[in-house]
Design a protein around this ligand. Structure first.
Ligand code: SF4
Length: 65
């Protein structure tokens, strides 16, 4: 699984960080980014990333398998 944030959509709610704190982080400007170590999401973190994508109010999280 690969994951990325559509920067033009992210509004900085940080719900993604709540569901997958090892994968998403809030940058200095308050927007989410993907931790570079986890752009290729390990199996044990994939459920959290799916929950984050489902709960992102801006549909800013893009997953590809
Ligand atoms: S929940 Fe969505 S909109 Fe909010 S910070 Fe995360 S990616 Fe951005």
């Amino acid at each position: 699984m690969k994951v990325c944030i559509k920067e033009d959509r992210c509004q900085g709610h940080a719900r993604c960080v709540y569901f997958a704190p090892d994968v998403f982080e809030i940058d200095d400007e308050g927007y989410s980014s993907v931790n570079v170590d986890h752009e290729d999401v390990p199996a044990e973190l994939q459920a959290g990333v799916r929950k984050a994508a489902a709960n992102c109010p801006e549909l800013a999280i893009e997953i590809s398998e």
